[in-house]
Ligand binder design. Structure first.
Ligand SMILES: [Mn+2]
Length: 435
């Protein structure tokens, strides 16, 4: 049986010439230069940009296809005092996107509403009931973050009801093509020339806000002194990007490096309180985000209470934030217990139903699986058995599944091949491999 400890390790052998050039030119230890070359950062210039990682090396947000249209529509909404609603995913990337955009709009004196679908009742992405409700409550512009790229029908419905939609999403474009939105911002679009493809949902939302900020000055004549300080919000960008297991290359590396510094000294009440319940008082690292902050926030969404994560991250009152953080900490404990039970049940089913010598894919279904945690458990099983895993939580007549794969197996294609048996499906970026 394969396990993490019992793996074949193949070490890269980079060209010594490149390693020496970089080590000498930048005066860094050869082993660091070798790590850079192994990560395809192969020239002195690239290595220099990577090591300095200055915010000025970030790309122009207007290079993202559709950005002009998105900004124009948002400025019109601001001018006409329209009601704007955010629609974001319930995971940490989505919740930090919602919180970040709320902070940003608050900074520029615009109040926006938000909507986070409930993982267990509504599932991932846009849905028609939510669109109808949002329109009924008076919104005329909806901005998505971390979801919406496959919502062709839902966006059509929104349009017919008089609700304009701006999609910002970093997931793969679906086979039905792009939704008919005012603008669809997604660096994964094949016709998007943006130089970096792996922004997280919150990273992309950050880019949108930067573009709006620039245009408030250039097109609406706002004085520069009234424009918000965007660096302050990199704490949320780092949190969402790390939680989403986006590759920490290119712009993500820059955003996260600066974002972690901001997170260490953040004055956002919710983050201060979340760090307190997580026993983090020193420097916040990617590891502490990945193992302490993100799981707590994610637990709220997993157990159907993503809203409390949002309230925490947008709270301006430390006392309230502490209460919310403590509640979230309790929810996280519950999540751990349930996850343990699901893991046990999955191992039991594997021992009974799966032949590990012959079955190259593990697919399990059970009434005892909790749909909020099957994704994490699937990841654990992939790590243990190194093959694609799909766990299906049976609820009445419908089963909700979550799959994780290995880099060699395209789960999206596999689901497409058996789509006639599925009510609906969507898949995270395959490049994220083992997450
Ligand atoms: Mn995401």
């Amino acid at each position: 049986m394969l396990s993490l400890l019992n793996k074949k390790w193949i070490l890269r052998n980079p060209s010594l010439g490149k390693v020496n050039d970089i080590a000498c030119a930048l005066d860094i230890p050869p082993v660091v230069a070798q790590l850079l070359v192994n990560r395809k950062i192969e020239t002195v210039e690239e290595a220099n940009i990577y090591i300095k990682a200055t915010l000025s090396s970030l790309h122009d947000p207007f290079l993202i296809k559709g950005m002009e249209l998105a900004v124009e529509r948002i400025l019109r909404a601001i001018k006409n005092k329209e009601s704007i609603r955010l629609f974001c995913d319930y995971d940490v990337d989505g919740v930090t996107s919602a919180a970040f955009l709320t902070h940003f709009f608050r900074d520029i004196g615009v109040s926006v509403g938000y909507y986070l679908p409930e993982r267990m009742k509504e599932g991932y992405g846009l849905n028609e009931d939510a669109i109808k409700l949002i329109r009924k409550e008076g919104a005329s512009l909806m901005i998505t973050a971390d979801c919406g790229i496959t919502a062709v029908n839902e966006v059509e419905l929104a349009l017919s009801l008089g609700l304009d939609v701006i999609i910002t999403d970093h997931h793969q474009v679906g086979s039905q093509g792009l939704p008919n939105a005012v603008a669809v911002l997604n660096p994964q679009r094949s016709d998007c020339q943006y130089p970096y493809r792996f922004l997280s949902g919150v990273g992309l939302a950050f880019k949108l806000a930067l573009a709006v900020r620039t245009s408030l000055h250039k097109k609406m004549g706002w004085d520069k002194s009234h424009l918000p300080n965007m660096k302050r919000h990199l704490d949320l960008v780092a949190l969402g990007t790390i939680a989403d297991v986006a590759p920490l290359t290119g712009e993500n590396h820059v955003l996260v490096r600066h974002g972690l510094k901001v997170l260490t000294t953040t004055d956002k009440a919710g983050l201060v309180a979340l760090k307190m319940v997580s026993d983090l008082d020193n420097k916040v690292s990617a590891r502490s985000v990945g193992f302490a902050l993100a799981p707590r926030l994610n637990a709220a969404g997993r157990m159907g209470k993503a809203d409390s994560g949002f309230h925490l991250l947008t709270s301006v009152d430390l006392k309230e934030a502490k209460e919310l953080a403590e509640r979230i900490d309790v929810i996280n404990q519950e999540r751990k217990n349930i996850q343990g039970q699901v893991q046990e049940e999955a191992e039991y089913l594997i021992s009974r139903e799966i032949n590990l010598e012959e079955d190259r894919v593990i697919v399990l279904a059970s009434k005892n699986f909790h749909s909020g945690v099957i994704g994490i458990v699937a990841s654990r099983i992939v790590e243990k058995y190194f093959r694609p895993v799909v766990l299906i939580a049976l609820e009445g007549l419908i089963g909700k599944g979550s799959g994780r794969s290995i880099p060699q197996f395209n789960l999206h294609r596999a689901f497409t091949d058996c789509s006639s048996h599925l009510v609906q499906f969507g898949v995270m970026l395959m490049l994220r491999g083992l997450q």
